[in-house]
Write a protein of this length. Sequence first.
Length: 133
Amino acid sequence: MVLTKKDLDGIKQIVDETLDARVAPLVKDVSELKGDMSLVKKDVSELKSDMVLVKKDVGNLKVDMALVRQDITEIKQDLNGLREQIQSLTVTLDKFLKRLTDREEEFIILKSEVDKIKSFIKEKFGVEIAVQG
């Protein structure tokens, strides 16, 4: 059997058509995959941008947390100072109240002694002493 150019051209055409028929869906699928890949690249790019913003926000939060910790430390120091001042004022107030109580007791004793002296003067000399107030 001898193949002629016409036979070979016919076989080539059949092979080309068969390959085209079988490759066409693959080409379509690859084209769709390219489109999908483009969307995926776009999504990845957006995610990268979002990630940059998230990292920035996390950095800001770390700075804010450091400031909050510093503020809490300062507040604790202020509270400790206030506790010391309150303790000091409590001691001072206790001392003052003790002195006031001592003075009140001395005043009661002196008043009693003055009453005895007034009574003695009235009894011995008949003179009544009036207190002006």
